[in-house]
Each structure stands twice: as structure tokens, then as C-alpha cells.
Write a protein that binds this ligand. Structure first.
Ligand code: ZN
Length: 477
């Protein structure tokens, strides 16, 4: 009778443990890829067979509304937090925080001060807090210590590391003994060439073709590693690009005395910090300055931009019309292509494609917001989303099973205003994993107690004098 009980409890313990560990190893895999500055319509400029392969066997969203301002760091942080810039705190590539009295600059790679990033918690940290692992190949912000953590694996930013080397790292992490569940891969093109050539240049054709080849390489490597059919791959970008011209330059020196203000961020959204007592003078001068420049006091910034409730947003914002460039004067650097403009402009919109076991096949969706990606990622990873500005229900039709597993906080109501600051959510652990571990532990303990009792009983008649000595170490074990 006892040995039967023993066998049953042993089998139960083994089963529960295997379920627990398989829950961990069967943790869904998600790879998020960003090709910086890949405008939505680049897909149709030249043949892009690999992008079209993903569209045919996966999903595509035609218009993705990203966040204002349509710059690299603000938008990459939105992709991994689901928050508007005013909520995640990375409000520009170049910032000044008057409370911290600190500056942040992408141009100078002065971006490693944790405090700038800690108004939000990016998805790699939430994934890790839920007991999973993450790996990042150059994704903006992943080599910054945020809330005391880095991604489980990451590459310190170095733009000379090839795409192939970044892919190799991602594959290595996904196929290691303790595989990552979330991978983040970043590539600097076609943004760099888009700035230099302008998106309308015929020379952009080969640049886009090269990105398509790189995507082909990634697909090939994922297939080789037997990851292609088990991994959910999302290909997106941070923003588009618009054509600029020497004929469309707004020179601030023509309207403002340099002594009266500090230019925190330049173009196409000039972030202006007036010197003390100079606010009215600077504002009046700018407001009348140029027909293609719209000037806002911070509190007058349009609601749809969700871009006012943060101390890093400067008191005056001067926003150029599409294709116009703001310089102090023409001796400043000029770019033939730029982004950062109104996020309602199609030219600013990025691509969005996805392929994998969770996604439908050959499905095209008209529109989504880039803030919706974060709850989608949390859903795919089976982790609980922190408060965010997106909506899973907006993008659920991309998925094969439209009604997801119960994941209580994945659909947090969107924060409508920046004044509502997101709070840390304590419930960011994976329930399935914990239930498995707790159940497993209880059964193992019960099994050990039964085993010990059984051993003790079987020892009693044979070794009556050694009972105390034998039972003691066993109980400690
Ligand atoms: Zn960018």
C-alpha cells in the first residue's frame, strides 16, 4: 500500500516538475526588429521580396501612427513601453531636464544617465521580473542601466558591429541552454542614408534593396537555427523620412537674439528655453516669424500630440511644416532628409510586419498606433503589461486566436492625459510559472515526507537502536 502511494506521489511530483520546466522552456519566443527610418512606402519603391515574403505568410499594417516627436529615441522607447513621450520621459533625442539640471544628447552619445530612462520600465525588465530572459543587439537604451537592470544579454552600442554579427548574437541567445524569450535587434539603416540623400533620391533604391537582403539573411539564419516556425518575428521601425531642400530653411537668427534663449533641440521641432524674463519677447518674435513655422507655448501644444506634461518639454516649441528645416543660420548642418515632424503625416510613418505561430497569414490591416505594440508584445510573451497608452484590442485581429489567454492587465485602459503618470505594477510575474512552481514544491515536499516515513518504518524492526541517528540526517536532507 505504502509503496503504491510512494510510486503515485513520485510520478505526480515528476509530472508537475516537468510541466513547470516545460512552461519555462516553452515560453513563447518574440524577436522585435527595428530598421531605423524605414518609411512605410519604401516597401513599394524597389522589389523587396523578403519583406513581401513576410507579408504573404504573415501580417502587415499599412499605416502605423507613431508618437510625437517622430524622432529615434522617443519612438524606440514607445515601442518597448507603450507610452507617449510625455509619459516615458524620452521626449527628444536632445533634452534638458530643469529639475535634474542635466542634459541628454544623442548626437554626443550622452545618453547613459539612468535617470532619463526611469520614468518608464521597458519590456525587457518586465520580462526578466517575470522570470524570463531577454537579449538585445544594439536596441536604443538596452545598454543603459534602468531601475538597476540591464537586459540579461546585451551588446554595448557600437555602430561598427555588422548586421550579421548582431543576428549571430540574437540566434546564439535564442538557442542557448537558457534561451531568451525576448530578442531586440536594431539596425541604423535606412535612416543614415535617408538623411544624407533625402528619401526622394533614386539612390535610396539600392539602400532599400540592401535592407531587404539583410532581412533575407535574418530569415535564412532563423530557419537554419530551426527558429523560423516557433518564433514570433515583428519587423518595424521608429519613423519615416521626408525630403528637405535648401529652399525650405527657417533661420532663427533672423528673428531671435541668441542671448535671449537656449536652443535645446533644433529641427524640425525647435525646443526653446528662454532666458529669465525673456519669455514674452522670444515668443512674440517667433510667433510672427515664418508662415511655415507654428509656435506653441508648452501649455498650448495640441492634445493629440500628448506632448506637454513633462518637465523636459521646453516652455516654447516651434514646429516646422513638412519638409522645412530649422537652423540658427545656414552655416549649421543641413540634411536632405529629416523626421521629427507631426506624427499625423504619412511621411513620418514606419513599417509594421509580423510572422510566426501567433500571427495570421496573408493578412493586411489598415492602421494601428505604435503604442499598441507594447500590449501585443506582452500578450505574446504571456507577461503582464504595465500601464500604457496602447490597446491590445486594436491589434488583436492580427492574431490567429483573437481572444487571448487570460492575462489580466494586458488591456490596461489607455492613459488619456500625460498628467496621469503611470505607476509601477507589482503584478508583473507570470502566474503559470508560479502556480507550477508552488504546486511542484508542495508535491515534492509531500513525496519526501511519505518517503522518509516509509524509510523510517522499514528501518524500525531491523535497526531499532539506530533510529535516532538515521532519521536525523534524513530529515535534514
Ligand atoms: Zn530613427
Amino acid at each position: 500500500m505504502t509503496s503504491k502511494l510512494l510510486r503515485v506521489s513520485f510520478m505526480l511530483a515528476a509530472l508537475t516538475l516537468s510541466v513547470t520546466f516545460s512552461l519555462q522552456s516553452d515560453q513563447p519566443k518574440v524577436l522585435l526588429v527595428s530598421f531605423d527610418g524605414f518609411r512605410w512606402d519604401y516597401l513599394y519603391r524597389v522589389p523587396t521580396p523578403h519583406f513581401h515574403y513576410i507579408m504573404k505568410y504573415g501580417v502587415q499594417v499599412q499605416q502605423v501612427t507613431n508618437i510625437f516627436i517622430t524622432k529615434t529615441y522617443p519612438n524606440h522607447y514607445t515601442l518597448v513601453t507603450g507610452l507617449f513621450a510625455e509619459n516615458h520621459g524620452i521626449v527628444a533625442n536632445d533634452m534638458y531636464d530643469p529639475i535634474l539640471n542635466k542634459s541628454f544628447s544623442l548626437d554626443d552619445m550622452d545618453i547613459y544617465d539612468s535617470e532619463f530612462w526611469e520614468e518608464a520600465t521597458p519590456i525587457w525588465i518586465t520580462n526578466q521580473r517575470a522570470g524570463h530572459t531577454s537579449g538585445a543587439a544594439m536596441w536604443p537604451g538596452t545598454d543603459v542601466k534602468i531601475h538597476g537592470s540591464f537586459p540579461t544579454h546585451y551588446m554595448p552600442y557600437n555602430d561598427s558591429v555588422s548586421f550579421e554579427d548582431r543576428v549571430a548574437k540574437i540566434i546564439e541567445w535564442f538557442t542557448s541552454k537558457e534561451p531568451i524569450s525576448l530578442g531586440l535587434l536594431y539596425w541604423e539603416e535606412p535612416d543614415d542614408m535617408g538623411h544624407q540623400l533625402g528619401p526622394d533620391s533614386p539612390l535610396m533604391g539600392p539602400v532599400i534593396s540592401d535592407i531587404d537582403h539583410k532581412l533575407g539573411y535574418l530569415i535564412q539564419m532563423l530557419k537554419k537555427a530551426k527558429l523560423w516556425n516557433v518564433l514570433n518575428l515583428i519587423i518595424t521601425s521608429d519613423h519615416g523620412m521626408t525630403q528637405c531642400s535648401q529652399e525650405r530653411i527657417i533661420e532663427l537668427d533672423q528673428y531671435l537674439d541668441r542671448e535671449h534663449y537656449t536652443l535645446i533641440d533644433q529641427s524640425p521641432v525647435a525646443a526653446i528655453l528662454p532666458r529669465e524674463g525673456k519669455f514674452d519677447e522670444v515668443y512674440e518674435a517667433l510667433a510672427q516669424a515664418h508662415p511655415n513655422l507654428t509656435v506653441y507655448k508648452k501649455e498650448e501644444v495640441p492634445e493629440r500630440w500628448h506632448y506637454k506634461h513633462n518637465s523636459r518639454i521646453q516652455p516654447i516649441l516651434a514646429v516646422a511644416d513638412d519638409g522645412w528645416h530649422i537652423l540658427r543660420n545656414k552655416s549649421d548642418d543641413f540634411l536632405l532628409g529629416n523626421h521629427g515632424y507631426d506624427n499625423a503625416l504619412a511621411e513620418m510613418h514606419p513599417i509594421f510586419l509580423a510572422h510566426g505561430p501567433a500571427f495570421r497569414k496573408n493578412f493586411t490591416k489598415a492602421a494601428m498606433n505604435s503604442t499598441d505594440l507594447y500590449p501585443l508584445l506582452c500578450h505574446l510573451l504571456n507577461i503582464t503589461a504595465l500601464p500604457h497608452n496602447g490597446s491590445l484590442s486594436n491589434v488583436q485581429d492580427l492574431l490567429i486566436s483573437p481572444t487571448p489567454r487570460a492575462s489580466p492587465n494586458t488591456q490596461t485602459p489607455p492613459l488619456l492625459h500625460g498628467s496621469v503618470k503611470p505607476r509601477e505594477n507589482e503584478q508583473d510575474e507570470s502566474y503559470a510559472y508560479f502556480i507550477g512552481v508552488s504546486l511542484g514544491s508542495v508535491i515534492v515536499i509531500v513525496f519526501l515526507i511519505v518517503l522518509i516515513k516509509h524509510l523510517i518504518r522499514s528501518q524500525i524492526p531491523a535497526l531499532p537502536d539506530f533510529q535516532a541517528e538515521i532519521s536525523q540526517p534524513l530529515l535534514q536532507a
